[in-house]
Design a protein around this ligand. Structure first.
Ligand code: ATP
Ligand code: MG
Length: 194
């Protein structure tokens, strides 16, 4: 199985670019953000607990997202692999993912990192707020907190995956079509070497 990680700050376009990539390579797209929003929409206990953290721009506990990921790994068997979007987001999650995969005799195939400056993140999220109506997109201070959280807790993963030689950057500034083309070329290069 292939295990791709689509990496990047909030609003980098992970969800946008995950969809065509998952389709093209028969990967199951797993977005922890979307899974959490589904729990909230269903009003589950997990959703109720997560909502407050998400709406404040904070991460939910590692074990919560890890539980959702582990469940999904067990559930989808008829695929060529998985496309992880928004996971891992902390060093602990990255190590725990490594263990989860090792237990299945698998490993992360590659990390594709969508690069975008902080100023553009704010612009894109403000635009998306009007369309999608997400509570965590509505307040500037929440967006600031998400960007800060990304730099503090998530960005350290770059060094980790770079050391493993599986880290690839894609410039996410441009039209959706332009970025999609860059992502597509990067995936093709990775698969050609695999
Ligand atoms: P993008 O716009 O690129 O899809 P995002 O950060 O705007 O990214 P989601 O990935 O949908 O949005 O995440 C929304 C929220 O869900 C996060 O701010 C966080 O509270 C929670 N969340 C999602 N994934 C994780 C994770 N791996 N660990 C902890 N919390 C998470
Ligand atoms: Mg997303």
């Amino acid at each position: 199985m292939k295990y791709f990680i689509l990496f990047g700050p909030p609003g980098a376009g992970k969800g946008t670019h995950a969809a065509p990539m998952a389709k093209k390579y028969n990967l199951k797209h797993l977005s922890t953000g979307e899974l959490l929003r589904a729990e909230i929409a269903e009003g589950t206990e997990l959703g109720l607990k997560a909502k407050e953290l998400i709406d404040g721009g904070n991460l939910v506990p590692d074990e919560v997202v890890e539980g959702m990921i582990a469940k999904a790994f067990g559930k989808y068997r008829d695929v060529a692999g998985f496309l992880l979007d928004g996971f891992p987001r902390t060093v602990t999650q990255a190590y725990d993912l490594k263990e989860m995969l090792e237990a299945r005799d698998e490993e992360v195939t590659a990390v594709i990192s969508l690069m975008i400056p902080d100023e553009l993140i704010k612009e894109r999220i403000a635009g998306r707020a009007k369309i999608e109506g997400r509570a965590d997109d509505a307040k500037p201070e929440v967006i600031e907190n998400r960007i800060r959280t990304y730099h503090e807790k998530t960005e350290p993963l770059i060094a980790l995956y770079r050391d493993e030689g599986i880290y690839h950057e894609v410039d996410s500034v441009g039209t959706i079509a332009e970025v999609e083309e860059r992502v597509s070329r990067t995936v093709a290069e990775i698969l050609a070497k695999a």
